[in-house]
Design a protein around this ligand. Structure first.
Ligand code: HEC
Length: 127
């Protein structure tokens, strides 16, 4: 007898594959205009780089990106950043761009360059 339940693993697998393709497309959007190939090592350093007024990216996202963070001002929880535990991460270009815009300004007092965004995503995508 045909069971709809048998299709569930198929759709789960399909979902993961689509997310990976989207994540790659988002990264390529930035690396296309960056001078150098994206570097996870540079991305990791940028993530920990001190910003203006003692700010940095870990202040809201935490130090273990596989765990939830907490917004520094509103105290609201922020879902884990690591795609290995939160597969929706970095799959939606509009969302990624909106938050890079806000967070780079808040943390570093300026926009991030395409190179910096590509490096940071390259690193985050390994987590
Ligand atoms: C003041 C708090 C705060 C700081 C500091 C912060 N972020 Fe965020 N970030 C958020 C919030 C809130 C969201 C949106 C909520 C969510 O995606 O769960 C977010 C989302 C993001 C996203 C989008 C994730 C996605 O799923 O598309 C990226 C990329 C990001 N942040 C990068 C950074 C980088 C890089 C820095 C340091 C330059 C940084 N953030 C610093 C609060 C912060």
């Amino acid at each position: 007898m045909f069971k709809a339940r048998a299709l569930i693993p198929f759709f789960l697998l399909l979902g993961t594959t689509v997310a990976v393709a989207d994540r790659r497309a988002v990264l390529e959007h930035y690396s296309a205009t960056a001078e150098n190939a994206p570097s996870a090592e540079r991305g990791r350093m940028l993530w920990n780089k001190p910003g203006i007024r003692g700010r940095d990216c870990t202040q809201c996202h935490g130090n273990d990106l596989r765990q939830a963070g907490r917004h520094r001002r509103t105290r609201k929880p922020i879902d884990p950043m690591a795609p290995s535990v939160n597969p929706k991460r970095f799959t939606d270009l509009r969302k990624v761009e909106k938050w890079f815009h806000r967070n780079c300004k808040w943390t570093w007092g300026r926009e991030c360059t395409a190179q910096e965004k590509a490096d940071i995503l390259q690193w985050l995508n390994t987590l």
